[in-house]
Design a protein around this ligand. Structure first.
Ligand code: IZC
Ligand code: ZN
Length: 418
């Protein structure tokens, strides 16, 4: 047969394991690296994988010499707040003065300042801005990602954000999973009436479901935001309606959000900097993916990072994400997060690659579809300007992407001959 595209002369082909459940514990340290490899794409899918020698016998319409580069599946970023109005650079001085994140929020800044800017922006403005950030995310090698609402805190603006995500999905090659995060903060008008606000958000979930605007529901379970009890109420309602569950859990204080996530069968529990021993133990006995966000810990200037080593050693499935948002982690660069995972979370290169591919896909319900390169899967892959797979976390803060392919088509590339 004649394939559409052959990629040959690959120095290292990174092949995370094809699995039906996320990789846990010791399994995360295994990664198949095929040297001098080649693969072929047909009809937008991976149609053949072999050695460079075997590639000589392959009939193809087009071919691409990878020039001994590293090739991996497209990366997956499973936690972003992609759609928002405005920015919060003025709060940097407050942070420098040592004002804590939750205090800025309690004073009406932080998330609430982005809420004002997002309410004031038109759908078109939000779309333009999100497109800019999306293209940058793509340039870092991400072909599948998640995007949350949560800067409306009232029906009109929450729906506006979700509609922007829908439009982004329709107009961009990148796969976007949509999450409703209505309970992201308590709007000032509901101060003291948090339960009433949650009821309103549950109502809104019905609309979101009817209009098919999100696959997941999420809540910020944190001191001064929502309690574990309120989080349980909201997530249970979401579960009844058929949403997958996510939770911002134990980011700053240890409230038991991690335990709640496992109890409710959440797809992921995110942050987990202050997750308890019991929470970690429960995670290890579940398929709930721990989505760690070391960029946020770094950006908030904290010394204590999520206990990734203990989690992995105890058998937890760990994924990594940017948490891209205008307040607590202002970066689209998932490669930077991979470096922080090495330097701050003490994860191995193999664990890190698995955490931004196969496990990140499971964290957003895309396990078996994204994050791996297997026969029959969408041909989403990245050519990297690095000498070997271990090099990426080591050389930090820059973009190592050479080119990004989605469905076998180049969607981003440097201006060179590859
Ligand atoms: O805008 O600060 N933590 N939500 C929970 C965020 C950070 C996003 C933000
Ligand atoms: Zn978040």
């Amino acid at each position: 047969m004649k394939y559409d595209l052959l990629i040959y002369n690959i120095g290292q082909l990174i092949l995370p394991k094809q699995t039906t459940v996320p990789l846990k514990g010791e399994e995360m340290n295994h990664l198949t690296i095929k040297e001098n490899a080649a693969f072929a794409v047909h009809d937008r899918k991976i149609a053949w994988i072999g050695t460079n020698d075997e590639a000589n016998n392959i009939q193809t319409k087009e071919s691409l010499d990878a020039q001994q580069k590293v090739v991996s599946p497209g990366l997956v970023d499973p936690h972003t707040h992609l759609v928002f109005g405005g920015s919060r650079e003025k709060e940097l001085a407050l942070k420098q003065a040592g004002v804590p994140y939750l205090e800025i929020l309690a004073k009406g800044g932080g998330i609430l300042s982005t809420v004002v800017a997002t309410r004031n922006a038109t759908e078109e403005e939000l779309y333009e801005k999100a497109t800019f950030h999306l293209n940058r995310i793509l340039s870092y090698g991400v072909t599948t990602m998640e995007a949350k609402s949560g800067y409306g805190l009232e029906p009109e603006t929450e729906l506006k954000q979700l509609k922007v995500v829908k439009k982004l999905r329709e107009n961009n090659p990148i796969t976007i999973v949509s999450t409703f995060l209505g309970p992201h903060a308590i709007p000032p008008s509901f101060k003291g009436n948090e339960d009433e606000f949650l009821q309103e958000m549950v109502q809104l979930l019905n609309t979101v479901k009817k209009e098919n605007l999100a696959e997941f529901a999420d809540i910020f379970c944190e001191t001064g935001v929502f309690t574990t009890k309120q989080s349980q109420y909201f997530l249970l309602k979401a579960k009844e309606m058929g949403f997958g569950l996510k939770i911002h859990a134990d980011e700053i204080d240890s409230l038991g959000g991690t335990e709640l996530a496992v109890k409710l069968g959440a797809t992921s529990a995110d942050h987990l900097v202050a997750a308890s021993d019991q929470g970690i133990n429960m995670l290890s006995n579940s398929n709930t993916v721990a989505v760690l966000l070391p960029g946020t810990t770094f950006y908030l200037g904290k010394d204590t990072y999520a206990r990734a080593r203990i989690m992995i050693d105890e058998g937890v499935a760990v994924a990594l994400a940017t948490d891209f948002n205008p307040g607590s982690c202002v970066t689209e660069n998932l490669q930077l997060i991979m470096s922080l995972a090495a330097l701050k979370l003490k994860m191995t290169p193999e664990e890190i690659w698995n955490a931004v591919t196969v496990n990140a896909a499971f964290a957003i319900g895309k396990g078996g579809e994204a994050g791996t390169l297997a026969l029959g899967q969408q041909a989403n892959f990245v050519l990297w300007d690095i000498p070997n797979y271990m090099y990426l976390p080591y050389h930090f803060g820059v973009n190592h992407t050479n080119s990004v392919y989605i469905n076998g088509t180049k969607v981003w590339g440097r201006n060179n001959n590859v």
